[in-house]
Design a protein around this ligand. Sequence first.
Ligand SMILES: Cc1ncc(COP(=O)(O)O)c(C=O)c1O
Length: 339
Amino acid sequence: MKIIDLRSDTVTRPCPAMRSAMAAAEVGDDVYGEDPTLNRLEALAAEMLGTEAALFVASGTQSNLLAIMAHCGRGDEYIAGQTAHCYRFEGGGAAVLGGVQPQPLDVELDGTLDLVRVAAAIKPRDPHFARTRLLCLENTQAGRVLPLGYLGRARLLARERGLALHLDGARLFNAAVALGVEAREIASHFDSVSVCLSKGLGAPVGSLLCGSGGLVAEARRWRKVLGGGMRQAGVLAAAGIVALTENVERLAEDHANARRLAEGLAAMGGLTVDPAAVQTNMVFLCLSPDRAEALATFLRERRILIAGREGIRLVTHRDVTAMDIDRVVAAFGDFFGRL
Ligand SMILES: Cc1ncc(COP(=O)(O)O)c(C=O)c1O
């Protein structure tokens, strides 16, 4: 029986088209800027996001770190959500490696940061304080799509207060597909945008940091300093090109499957799932830790994998079909029917 893995969209495996593109990729030494496939990927990403330049990096974590280090110096500060990946889940890299202090703020129910609170958190220019330089938003944030109007207001605040604006757009294309807009419409509000190829887009490795030529040149320098300069990386970039050209529109299927899952679970009764809250490819459940553990074990025995660091998060992706969702709903029904 097939394993249905709902732990994350990072578990997607490269499809046959990606594997053959990787095998056939023309390569060169990227540290010399001579890998033609990598150059093609970076140009494609910049074009899709409407930025001057783009930089291929190992991971979303590295991309966010490079953005923060390119925007900020030692003793500077970035504002981000308490649950933002670039604050909570990246090992404190900006502080550890960049000497950049985070200022976390609570995330609102819709995934935004309250701009009044952001404005209040910007520190006065005074030797007592770190210099607030950067505001980081995340889109999607726990599967929620930030409204376009909000992005405009955030940009205005950032401009007025002299901050740069970075987007952790690990799942930016999910947001764009959900809104029915081009990714560049979202990206246009930001000074830098990080997008991941290795999540719902299905590539095995890699993220892209997109922004102005100057920002990307600075990030490229830090990437080398951090040991992230790659050589014949066209082998990886070839998969990234397939991800960007063939796998964006199909994200809508993942969103439909997430809704199907939420509706199936909600119909069972007794579970706190709101199908109307599902905007992209994630469904969240609140269960006590004991019950969550028992559920995970029960499902694992039925070849269904779930995980949850803080509550259960079920993530749909290209390796999960509508039929798989029906199997998952039935297994949940068996578990809760027994209680
Ligand atoms: C919103 C967000 N940003 C960044 C990352 C980091 O990506 P990576 O695992 O490639 O470092 C993740 C990973 O799941 C993420 O969910």
